[in-house]
Design a protein around this ligand. Structure first.
Ligand SMILES: [Zn+2]
Length: 268
């Protein structure tokens, strides 16, 4: 059972790599053992940077958590999201066959984290497993802010209309705390949209936003961010075609690679 004060610290201190004590960095931050940023000069052409993200900190928030459903009173706790009161967290959605959004989000986050570390980044994650409860959406924002991420992504999948397909990139609306990262988040959102279309077979959403982009002022993850951030709804778990993709490990890896490409483009 996660109790806010103790649980959050324990979650972050537990590390983000599924091991304990394997890294000596700050709690919640991990880096590969060989993040040297060395360049490889091919026989012809421009140098290829082996670790293009050396020195960068990337935040990942895999939405929800695998045991959120066990503690409704925790989820119902009201938190201030910068504009209004919002539930601490929700269970997330699920495909008709029972594959949970929480698991999807965490799988993509794991793939992305591995890709990022391989490319030299340090990674801050808001939860270390899919076996816990929470943290609240406000705490998730704080973890990524306090981790001084250069850019961050909230990973979700939607529970939309059965006939609706596709991904949507949700972007922040200026509200004070996030004022300084509105334009950078929009630029990152465009990078994510382009990378998703380039690297996956998921189309832009047929029902959410305009041409795959939606501006949202009702989400703590976007209202409270002080680092460039978007939230991606990778697909619609209630649509059979999308669900077939979302539950595929190959597709999940493609999404991670697309997010990686967008992050590299954004930080270049
Ligand atoms: Zn979600």
């Amino acid at each position: 059972m996660v109790v806010a004060a103790v649980g959050l610290a324990a979650l972050v201190a537990a590390g983000v790599d599924g091991t304990t004590g394997a890294h000596a960095g700050a709690p919640g931050i991990s880096a590969g053992p060989d993040a040297q940023g060395a360049a490889i000069i091919p026989a012809q052409g421009v140098p290829i940077t082996r670790h293009p993200l050396k020195g960068k900190i990337i935040g990942i928030d895999p939405g929800h958590n695998g045991r959120n459903y066990t503690d409704p009173s925790y989820l119902d706790k009201q938190v201030w999201n910068g504009r209004e009161w919002e539930d601490c967290d929700t269970t997330g959605t699920v495909t008709d066959s029972g594959y949970t959004e929480a698991l999807f989000n965490f799988r993509v986050a794991q793939y992305l984290r591995a890709d990022l570390i391989r490319d030299g980044a340090r990674v801050v994650m808001t939860r270390a497993s899919n076996d816990g409860i929470g943290p609240c959406v406000t705490a998730r924002s704080a973890i990524l802010n306090d981790g001084h991420a250069n850019v961050a992504v909230d990973i979700h999948a939607d529970g939309g209309p059965v006939s609706g397909r596709g991904f949507a990139v949700l972007e922040p609306v200026a509200d004070g705390p996030n004022d300084t990262v509105i334009s950078s988040s929009a630029r990152f959102g465009a990078d994510v949209r382009a990378a998703m279309l380039d690297g996956t077979s998921m189309p832009v959403s047929s029902y959410d936003g305009v041409d795959g982009i939606n501006h949202r002022d009702d989400l703590a993850g976007l209202n409270l961010t002080k680092v460039p951030k978007i939230l991606i709804e990778v697909g619609n778990m209630k649509n059979a075609t999308d669900a077939g993709l979302l539950t595929s490990a190959t597709f999940q890896q493609q999404v991670a690679r697309a997010l990686l490409a967008a992050i590299i483009t954004f930080l270049r």
